[in-house]
Design a protein around this ligand. Sequence first.
Ligand code: NAD
Length: 433
Amino acid sequence: MSEQSQSLFEDAISVLDRAAAYADIDPEAIEKLKHPRAMLTVSIPVRMDDGSLQVFTGYRVQHDGTRGPTKGGIRYHPKADIDEVKALAFWMTCKCAVVGIPYGGAKGGITVNPKELSRMELERLSRGFVQQVADFIGPDTDIPAPDVYTNAMIMGWMMDEYSKIQRHHTPAVITGKPVELGGSLGRDDATGRGAYYCIKELEERKGWNPSETTVAVQGFGNAGQHVAKLLHADGYKIVAISDSHGGIYSPDGFDVPSIIKMKDETREVRAVYCSGALCESVPSTSISNAELLELDVDLLIPAALEKQITADNAPRIQAQHIIEVANGPITSEASRMLSERGILIVPDILANAGGVTVSYFEWVQNKAGYYWDLEEVHERLHKIMRREFDLVYRRMMDKEIDMRTAAYAHALSRIGTAIAAQGTRAYFANGTA
Ligand code: NAD
């Protein structure tokens, strides 16, 4: 079976047996993690602007809830399907455990190209989804958030719809909301910032000089833009950027804030020069997304979608460090090939965990009804990312394993302890209480 046709979920859970060898976890717990707790598929009828009715398919998967309510984003994408959502939910279980926040994992998705919908159709679709999953989610059961092609406004609609169904204001049912509707300061750039903190930890250990360190970023959305912006502000040379339309390359590095400004206005990445409020396109080399991945850069940051680096292109990857800001951008086979070549991969379940960490902060603030300032959010996020990066890095060095295996072993030890606290065979088969 080719890697492209292989189940993403099966590929995702293949890490479990390997990582278990380095974790404190009972085999029964590993077996439990190979099966999502619950899966829901819904049909969402939407009245379109032209008067016609269109029915969309949506999914919500709860993977494991041993460590707390399940948590995970909702993706709108034409290729979203149950297999992808299952894999993403599994990664959320592991991600929450890596950073030690008291959640299990979940994920949601709707098979739709949101760029083809009007804003009013998008609102009707988002509210319709919540109507179908309202009994499945809740502030103490399963808490959604944004993911690819969903944003703060959509989270606000969903929270409003859920609150109407419950007949009381329930901001803690969903995170990533607009700040004015109970969102947390610092949630917008949290995923990129978490990845940036991981890169700063590497910088310290490797002794990098930012102005001599080149970076390529694939995907220029919520996650990719912010990590590029923070690295650029520190003097890193962002030499390549791409989005779904294609990429741009300049060996001298781009002025990232100008590109963000232009992308906000034109919806595509272009090399630009901005002066005052005026921006104009400037020459740069156009490259494809495939070419971007194979550039000779120090840091490669895939921040778009899964399965971007496979056994096919892995031999051509030249970057010595890869920060997985997207979920699952490297298949397990490709990951093994890259690690064998000594390429350091900071895995998604650690590198992009800043998003769910600040989502957790948002939920805590909603429950308390007391809101923190930005400085407090950044400080708390930094403390967690720094601590957990260090624990994973040390496990990698001590056990002489790759960083992905170390991150999973770290997560599995936490999940394993929680599952064991409910009793395993060793306890139950041992007779009386
Ligand atoms: P987004 O919708 O804000 O941005 C997605 C970006 O990827 C856009 O720039 C889009 O043009 C680009 N893109 C889409 N298809 C592409 C392709 N084939 N090649 C290159 N670029 C492509 O989404 P996001 O929230 O930034 O999510 C990006 C990745 O980060 C996803 O894997 C997501 O699961 C992961 N992630 C996001 C968050 C979060 O808080 N937003 C948290 C954790 C992980």
